[in-house]
Write a protein that binds this ligand. Structure first.
Ligand code: PMP
Length: 401
């Protein structure tokens, strides 16, 4: 029966992880996966997470009973407050519905399912380029049309704001637009506040529906609140919206799948109906969410002292990334590598959209044991004081070849 099944293309990032693991060369570097690494090139368990994990293990009150379908109430409240700010007017007016999800991916998926199936939205727009899963999720969720809006000017290596605005101005009314709240993946380039205001203006005039993907809160500026500004601004401007939240990156909880879908409505009287439809969507999908990761998030966010320690760790992680940006860019300039490299320093968050071409990426993978995406995106967190010189020299060689 299974002979009808054709092979699907590999998921690039996970394919790279496998190639990297199988590579025996001691110089190997994995610049593909979006996970933080220490300066020793090791995965990082945040100290505050370690501390909370010990407390969890020894908590006699905990058990493994099912969580409610829409998740743990205390976690949902804390996650919502982290994104919107405790004093947000929408929270005070009780018109926000946060639901626990299977990390950011699950939040994007449940959100798109809800918009396409329950709210009957037909068209979704994703930034071009974007995290490659956005397009696939939108299609699977059942939008009739999934389109890209131009985001990137490859020549100037900056945001193509004019094209972005003119394309959104032509989008059919009621379309859903997926926006990256901060630290855009893969370009590492966010709109300025002035540009966000222009985006909000055009979206309001076309009655477009914003769906923010917030996978990197804290990683863009090093400041948790600052990175949430675009979402908070849209709410202030009166938008109803969805936002997908992830604690994979900013708490280093990748495999624990701690996320949240935040729905902001203009009228709280619709919340019970919305919640009831989301309950069915989740029930028929995975029934209820996992507990371990969100228990850790709850411990961190629910205690002022823990939260402060976490915020300072986020700042440290984001500073190390900035140092590595500088080191790579300076080494490339020093080696007189053809082209300009200041964009590596200007870009923000985990990633740099280097401008390297697919043929460069291929050579780096095959000849230099340096794994990266064909799009030229590298994970700057995977650079260390020990490997940055080797990476710069290798880039220099493939660009000059
Ligand atoms: N959105 C974006 C833009 C991302 O980059 C990622 C992670 N690569 C996610 C969502 C989802 O991550 P997770 O499911 O681990 O929260």
């Amino acid at each position: 029966a299974f002979s009808v099944i054709k092979p699907a293309p590999p998921v690039e990032i996970f394919h790279m992880i496998k190639l990297f693991q199988d590579d025996k060369d001691p110089k190997k570097v994995n610049l593909s996966v979006g996970a933080y690494r220490t300066d020793e090139g090791k995965p990082y368990v945040l100290p505050i997470i370690k501390k909370c994990e010990k407390e969890l293990v020894n908590d006699p009150k905990l058990n493994h009973e099912y969580l409610p379908i829409l998740g743990d109430p205390q976690y949902r409240k804390l996650a919502m407050e982290l994104l919107l700010g405790k004093d947000n007017c929408a929270i005070i007016e009780e018109r926000v519905l946060p639901i626990q999800t299977i990390s950011g991916t699950g939040a994007v998926r449940v959100g798109c399912d809800f918009l396409a199936k329950c709210m009957k939205r037909r068209v979704a727009y994703c930034s071009n380029p974007t995290w490659e899963n956005h397009f696939g999720i939108c299609r699977t969720a059942g939008f009739k049309k999934v389109k890209g809006y131009t985001y990137w000017n490859p020549k100037k290596r900056n945001l193509a704001i004019c094209k972005l605005l003119s394309e959104l101005a032509e989008a059919p009314e009621g379309s859903v637009v997926i926006l990256h709240a901060s630290a855009h993946n893969p370009t590492g380039t966010d709109p300025s506040r002035k540009q966000w205001k222009q985006i909000a203006e055009v979206m309001k005039s076309r009655n477009l529906f914003p769906f923010f993907d917030t996978a990197y809160q804290g990683f863009a500026s090093g400041d948790i609140d600052r990175d949430a500004w675009p979402v908070r601004y849209f709410i202030k401007e009166g938008f109803e919206l969805l936002a997908a939240q992830s604690f994979s990156k900013n708490m280093g909880l990748y495999c624990e799948r701690a996320g949240c879908l935040v729905l902001v409505l203009n009228d709280k009287k619709h919340i019970p109906n919305v919640a009831s439809q989301l309950t069915l969507l989740v029930r028929q999908n995975y029934s209820n969410p996992p507990a371990h990761g969100i228990r850790l998030v709850t411990k961190v966010l629910g205690c002022e002292e823990n939260r402060c320690e976490w915020a300072s760790t986020v700042k440290k992680m984001s500073s190390r990334i900035k140092e590595m940006r500088k080191a790579l860019s300076e080494k490339l300039v020093e080696l007189e590598t053809p082209g300009k490299w200041d964009h590596i320093v200007k870009q923000i968050g985990m990633f740099s959209f280097t401008g390297l071409k697919p043929q460069h990426a291929e050579k780096l993978i095959n000849d230099k044991h340096i794994y990266m995406l064909k799009s030229g995106r590298i994970n700057v967190c995977a650079l260390t004081t020990k490997n940055v010189e080797y990476v710069a020299q290798s880039i220099n060689e493939v660009v000059k070849a």
